[in-house]
Design a protein around this ligand. Structure first.
Ligand SMILES: [Zn+2]
Length: 73
């Protein structure tokens, strides 16, 4: 039996489109393992943002994101 894992945007709670365990909707996936020099004592933080929430997040940046064109996907 195959279990379907569901992915939700952490910001707005929207369910992201999944088909056969493949994310069918592009989303921002972040993983950060906080280390010794952080105040977080070696824990892994991960979250997903839908494209709309990602755009919202980066719109608050003082310095815009670096954008590099990718020719191969
Ligand atoms: Zn969202």
């Amino acid at each position: 039996m195959q279990e379907t894992k569901e992915i939700y945007c952490n910001q707005c709670g929207k369910k992201l489109k999944m088909e056969h365990d493949i994310l069918k909707e592009d989303a921002f996936e972040a993983r950060k393992q906080w280390g010794y020099f952080s105040g977080k004592d070696a824990v892994l933080h991960s979250f997903v943002l839908c494209e709309r929430c990602y755009d919202e997040m980066i719109s608050h940046f003082k310095i815009p994101v670096k954008i590099t064109e990718v020719t191969e996907i």
